[in-house]
Design a protein around this ligand. Structure first.
Ligand code: FES
Length: 145
């Protein structure tokens, strides 16, 4: 599980669910600086260890959270939520390494129920609405976002 910035909130309940089901996973959380790190007490409450990366090195390991993938071989599945540049980078890395990845997109959403078309992404099936058909999509299914 990879989270960037406020994407940590997007993965929190999924982490809680996996933990409750005793499913083995690791959580990696990246932010610009230690001042941007949130919810550590929440994850501690549910027994989820958090591996932290900060861009300025003020907490955890220095660098982007996508560096965490260097610790693993290709036989993993990645779930991620975070800013679009992070997700685009993940898409590239996981495609190159043939790693299965599911991305929770943070597209701006105006209406949130499928009528404004402000959140569309280009997929193998054409444009779809992130708010209705997503927001979690197979990385390989997404063509542009
Ligand atoms: S936010 Fe309006 S269609 Fe998705």
């Amino acid at each position: 599980m990879l989270a960037g910035g406020i994407g940590i909130s997007g993965v929190s309940l999924f982490c809680k669910l996996l933990k409750a089901k005793n499913i083995d996973f690791r959580l990696y959380y990246g932010a610009r600086s230690k001042e941007d790190i949130i919810m550590l007490d929440w994850f501690e409450k549910y027994g989820v260890p958090v591996n932290i990366y900060t861009e300025d090195g003020s907490m955890g390991q220095k660098g982007f959270v996508t560096k965490a993938l260097e610790e693993y071989d290709d036989n993993i599945t990645v779930y991620a939520c975070g800013p679009t540049p992070m997700l685009k980078s993940l898409k590239t890395i996981t495609k190159q390494r043939n790693i299965k990845a599911y991305l929770s997109l943070e597209n701006p959403m105006a209406c949130g129920y499928g009528v404004c078309l402000g959140c569309v992404v280009k997929t193998k099936d054409g444009y779809i609405r992130t708010c209705v058909e997503g927001p979690v999509l197979d990385s390989n299914y997404i063509l542009e976002f």
